[in-house]
Design a protein around this ligand. Structure first.
Ligand SMILES: NC(=O)c1ccc[n+]([C@@H]2O[C@H](COP(=O)([O-])OP(=O)(O)OC[C@H]3O[C@@H](n4cnc5c(N)ncnc54)[C@H](OP(=O)(O)O)[C@@H]3O)[C@@H](O)[C@H]2O)c1
Length: 261
């Protein structure tokens, strides 16, 4: 497995080869350099629960300004990569604050490929029904709401799933199981930092992609936020792959000990 590379300027044919491999209509042949980044992601066996998260952050570990503005921290290559990850996923998962601040569509538009099911974690039903994921019909949307806040089965065009709240959060493991029961096994957790930190803290991530952009925000919303540790040697040291995306660098952390399904 190559440790480093650069995937700028790849052809559409190479991406189609990746998509065909993911759909299991062909082996991974003709993907060129894209095989380096996407090959192992396509090799996840059908029906196996798998969760990969992604954040674009500044050199000082910020994913947005304090006011919530995050467009854009990383460059075009990383934005296209994000859409490619959506196209590979059964479902794309985000937290309520990402919907609140960005009002994203979460569909695939910067590359070829199918849009995944959209999943929003909004335990207390803070979000209004007029956000685009709840009104746009181009992909199904599910909303994860805490069972103790059960009031209704729909939010706009989205279906609500009720899951128990444990220790103040909805267990990411329970979210993975509920989605797997609907045939949604390969999950792309697209943010923000709070949501991904919950998945990481509960060992519910198989991989974490951090794209580091060569800029300093100096303030703003943090990327990861995990419980305090007393010494650097208690930090996580996963296997790492490093791939250049234009001016940015993507670090992919591969966790060997997840127990999320
Ligand atoms: N740079 C990037 O890659 C990137 C990516 C995505 C978003 N963003 C930016 O990041 C900001 C939003 O990120 P954020 O970290 O502040 O918030 P977030 O992760 O989008 O949303 C956090 C909220 O989602 C709910 N939530 C998520 N997981 C949960 C769980 N397991 N159980 C219960 N509730 C859960 C909680 O809602 P409650 O508070 O109601 O409990 C939580 O406070 C926005 O400004 C957005 O623009 C940047």
């Amino acid at each position: 497995m190559p440790a480093e590379g650069n995937i700028t300027g790849r052809s559409e044919a190479q991406w189609q080869a990746v998509l065909a491999c993911r759909r299991r209509t062909a082996p991974l042949y003709g993907a060129g350099e894209l095989a380096e980044l996407y090959g192992s992601l396509c090799a996840i066996p059908a029906g196996q629960s798998f969760a990969v998260a992604h954040l674009a952050q500044s050199l000082d570990g910020r994913i947005a300004t304090a006011s919530g503005a995050s467009q854009w921290i990383s460059g075009d290559e990383d934005l296209r990569h994000t859409h490619r990850m959506r196209a590979l996923a059964d479902a794309v998962v985000v937290g309520a604050d990402t919907i609140l601040h960005d009002d994203p569509l979460l569909t695939v538009r910067r590359c070829a490929g199918p849009s995944p099911v959209r999943v929003v974690i909004d335990p207390d039903r803070r979000l209004k029904a007029d956000h685009r994921v709840f009104t746009d019909a181009s992909a199904p949307t599910l909303v994860v709401v805490a069972a103790d806040c059960a009031n209704g089965l729909a939010l706009g065009a989205a279906e609500i799933i009720h899951l128990p709240r444990v220790d103040g959060i909805v267990s990411p493991r329970a979210i993975r199981r509920a989605l797997a029961a609907r045939g949604l096994h390969w999950l792309f957790i697209e943010g923000g930092g709070v949501t991904i930190s919950h998945f990481l803290r509960t060992r519910c991530l198989d991989r974490l992609q951090l794209t580091i952009a060569p800029m300093i925000l100096g303030s703003g919303r943090p990327s990861l936020n995990l419980p305090e540790i007393d010494a650097p040697d208690l930090g996580l040291r996963p296997q790492i792959r490093r791939i250049a995306l234009g001016q940015d660098v993507l670090f992919e952390c591969i966790f060997g000990d997840r127990d999320g399904d």
